[in-house]
Design a protein around this ligand. Structure first.
Ligand SMILES: Cc1cc2nc3c(=O)[nH]c(=O)nc-3n(C[C@H](O)[C@H](O)[C@H](O)COP(=O)(O)O)c2cc1C
Length: 419
């Protein structure tokens, strides 16, 4: 759907008395999502690390740059297409990997995969998905998909996940580097809530043959189980989410074993540059490093022959007091000098934000929390609408700024940063 068409559709629907179900305004969207999900789910998605200053800094970095529109440039045909990882895309937008999406909608990753595929936006399957990559892939036809990897303590599991991603048609492996441990997330800590302990967000693991093998060597219990209403409800919920019969899963405590194994192996704090060789040996797909912020890390990534760099601070969920992602992008792009594509996310809330990131060197921009809010509000349709809105907003921002194609976006389209 082209920009004026999308805009016209919204206004025409309005003339017939129908307002958009997914609010266009980000704050209203967030509030609509908050009303639909549990307090724990909302804290999990909206929160960040520590005092959440990085979340604010992401916005401040984006707001400090100003667009400088140019006039009389015949912007009647505005082209936002590009080629990335062997695919032609209609816009420089993709969905970020977001785990545990069943907190927000029962259809979870499946709804997002279908919506993204309908709109023509690449979807990133999270390593912490609620629905397996195979199930999502089979529901989205030729839609472009990428896989985000968390490097666990088991190299065999890493190799298996990567192989599965290849087999189900993923076109890139995005390795998330900034989550070798979970950030200090105050909202979640105050509620003493971590969704994985209820068996949520581990679909990629429980459907994995290597993980199933690992389960044959069970993890010891940390402390004897206390029977409370909450622990019984958790046992039931996690047994229901585990493949097979709920009753059988409760009797065998299979789901509990799986959660315990997951907790024991899911992240590897010792991960270092050396490990990348292993990944290169196990896949021919482009390898993208997610979470790069420092220019010296970007240079190391180039030295290690990665195929793309993904500038992100995980939406402020990992390090409190960190650099705003857009400020990091400007510096990283300066040293990368177009040698590899750069992806970007963290704090993007509209077309102008995407425009600014593209001007500063990003090739494609990830939509994070907003699509999960849209999922909570209106499932698959909500996500599709949100993605179309972002695409339309970007096209309009480009056209109204005198830019006809992505190749014309550069730092000169912005005023130098003010403090
Ligand atoms: C609820 C939630 C879950 C996330 N899960 C993952 C994940 O599984 N893997 C990952 O690499 N990043 C994950 N992220 C980070 C996103 O990929 C992305 O970097 C971030 O959401 C961008 O910031 P923004 O949402 O403020 O735009 C998650 C973010 C949120 C909010």
């Amino acid at each position: 759907m082209s920009t004026p068409e999308r805009q016209r559709r919204i206004y025409l629907d309005g003339a017939r008395g129908r307002k958009p179900t997914v609010p266009i305004d980000h704050e209203k969207l967030e509030e609509a999502a908050r009303r639909r999900v549990s307090p724990e789910a909302f804290a999990y998605i909206a929160g960040g690390a520590g005092r959440e200053t990085t979340i604010g800094e992401n916005r401040r970095a984006l707001d400090r740059y100003k667009i400088l529109p140019r006039m009389l440039r015949d912007v009647s045909g505005c082209d936002t297409s590009l080629s990335l990882f062997g695919n032609t895309l209609n816009s420089p937008v993709f969905t970020c990997p977001i785990g545990v999406l069943d907190l927000f909608h029962p259809q979870a990753d499946l709804a997002v995969a279908k919506a993204a595929s309908t709109v023509g936006v690449p979807v990133t399957f999270s390593n912490q998905a609620s629905v397996s990559m195979e199930e999502c892939a089979s529901a989205m036809g030729d839609g472009v998909r990428w896989f985000q990897l968390y490097w666990s303590k088991s190299d065999e599991l890493v190799a298996s996940l990567v192989k599965r991603a290849e087999d189900c048609g993923c076109r890139a492996i995005l390795v998330t580097l900034d989550t070798t441990m979970l950030g200090w997330r105050i909202r979640d800590l105050d509620l003493a809530y971590l969704p994985f302990l209820a068996g949520r967000g581990i679909a990629q693991y429980v459907t994995d043959p290597v993980f199933q093998e690992l389960l044959k060597d069970p993890e010891p219990e940390l402390e004897p189980p206390k029977i409370t209403l909450t622990s019984l409800s958790n046992l039931y919920q996690m047994s229901k989410r585990y493949p097979g019969s709920t009753l059988e899963n409760m009797k065998t405590r299979r789901a509990v074993e799986a959660v315990r194994k997951f907790i024991a192996i899911y992240s590897r704090a010792s991960l270092s540059w050396k490990n990348l060789t292993f990944l290169r040996q196990h896949t021919k797909l482009p390898i993208v490093l997610k979470g790069i912020l420092a220019p010296d890390d970007a240079l190391k990534a180039l030295d290690h022959g990665v195929d793309a760099i993904y500038v992100s601070n995980h939406g402020g969920r990992q390090v409190d007091g960190a650099v705003g992602a857009l400020d990091a992008l400007a510096e990283v792009a300066r040293v990368v000098k177009n040698k590899v594509p750069i992806l970007f996310d963290s704090g993007v809330r509209g077309g102008a934000d995407i425009f600014k990131a593209l001007c500063l060197g990003a090739k494609a921009v990830g939509i994070g929390r907003p699509f999960a809010y849209a999922l909570a509000v209106d499932g698959e349709r909500g996500v599709a609408e949100l993605l179309q809105n972002y695409q339309a907003d970007l096209r309009l921002t480009m056209g109204l700024s005198g830019v006809r194609s992505l190749s014309e976006l550069n730092p000169d389209c912005l005023l130098p940063k003010s403090s």
